[in-house]
Design a protein around this ligand. Structure first.
Ligand code: ADP
Ligand code: TRP
Length: 330
């Protein structure tokens, strides 16, 4: 079976956009691939300097994936920081990475551009972690012999850099020391709209958290922005974000029924929101319960992650050993 690997950055609470855009598709891959998923905590350190916040995020995101259905018996699930071989490999890969390649990375270029526009020093506020991010990510991937790396579009460039770096190593030693990965872009996943109609994103403050308590979930849904069409007016379901969200949670028959009611008129936005709340809560209530149970058992969560690290480390050690031998470092 081919190997799929992806990293999950623990930078904030999970929301419905993450669930449909990343978590569900990643869990579906476990049927076709041998999967290795990890919490990219050293990547998060580049931007998160508050220890309490970082440690809470790591636990919440790990618990979130487990609550959403990740089966740690089938997926090797671990924290990046529990696999120190990552950092040894990253150091070795540095020797094969052109500095110019890092200059071209989107995230770094965007930060430089923002500084330039503000007439600031081009490198203001940019740490070496951000600059060398693609090398660490290449190490994450190459360490576990990943064939495919399922990612959103924004991460494709990073996977291509991992490809370049692995090829540079193989070219130098004239043998396939490292597996060359490829990106599997999630083209078909919908962009989940947020409460204000823009893409749901932490940075826009328009999210529906995946594990919000029932009362908060209802309040948030009632807050979805709508237009001023009255109850009697027929409405177009496809331009209503209430309906677009509804489609993610409802059965075909429910979708048909609600879209007919939109088109007939006679249904107000308040009622549409009630319908949305009903189907969202139906799907999320069991997830929320599992999430709360996992968060209430910190030792259990630690045990799951340590077992994952125990399975991951021998694979990682073998890759590093192979590379060291090829390099003459024995
Ligand atoms: P955010 O935009 O809230 O900061 P992240 O950038 O941390 O979210 O995204 C983590 C993963 O979730 C990525 O793979 C991204 O493609 C996916 N994702 C985030 N928001 C959405 C959305 N609104 N619709 C679909 N997928 C999303
Ligand atoms: N950079 C990815 C993101 O921001 C997270 C990540 C880190 C990752 N290491 C990875 C993804 C390795 C895939 C493979 O979402």
């Amino acid at each position: 079976m081919k190997i799929a690997l992806t990293g999950i950055k623990p930078t904030g609470i999970l929301h419905i956009g993450n669930y449909f855009g990343a978590i569900k598709p990643a869990l579906e891959l476990t049927r076709e691939y041998e999967t290795r998923y990890f919490i990219a905590d050293y990547h998060a350190l580049n931007t998160m300097k508050d220890p309490k916040e970082l440690s809470a995020c790591i636990r919440e995101v790990a618990a979130g994936w487990l609550a959403a259905g990740l089966d740690p018996e089938r997926v090797i699930f671990y924290r990046q920081s529990s696999v120190p071989e990552t950092f040894e490999l990253a150091a070795m890969l540095m020797a094969f990475t052109a500095k110019g390649l890092m200059n071209r990375a989107h995230a770094y270029k965007a930060a430089v551009q923002e500084n330039t526009e503000k007439n600031d020093d081009p490198d203001a506020g940019i740490n070496m972690g951000l600059f060398t991010y693609p090398v660490l990510m290449a190490a994450d991937i190459i360490l576990f012999n990943a064939d495919v790396v399922p990612v959103g579009k924004d991460q494709v460039q990073h996977v291509e850099m991992a490809q370049d770096i692995a090829q540079a190593v193989n070219f130098n030693y004239k043998t396939e020391v490292l597996k060359v990965p490829r990106a599997a872009v999630r083209e078909s996943v919908a962009v989940v709209p947020g409460l204000d109609g823009r893409k749901m994103s932490k940075s826009y403050g328009n999210v529906i958290p995946l594990f919000a308590p029932e009362k908060e979930l209802r309040t948030l849904i009632m807050r979805i922005v709508t237009n001023s069409q009255g109850i009697g007016e027929p409405k177009d379901p496809e331009t209503s974000q209430i309906y677009l969200l509804y489609k993610l949670f409802a059965s075909e028959a429910e979708q048909k029924a609600l879209s007919a009611r939109y088109r007939e008129g006679g249904m107000g936005w308040g009622e549409a929101k009630e319908e949305l709340f009903r189907v969202v809560n139906r799907e999320l209530a069991p997830l929320r319960e599992r999430f709360n149970a996992i968060m209430g058992d910190p030792a259990g969560l630690d045990a799951v992650l340590s077992r994952g690290a125990e399975k991951a480390r021998p694979i990682a050690a073998a890759t590093v050993q192979r590379f060291r031998r090829a390099a003459g470092i024995g």
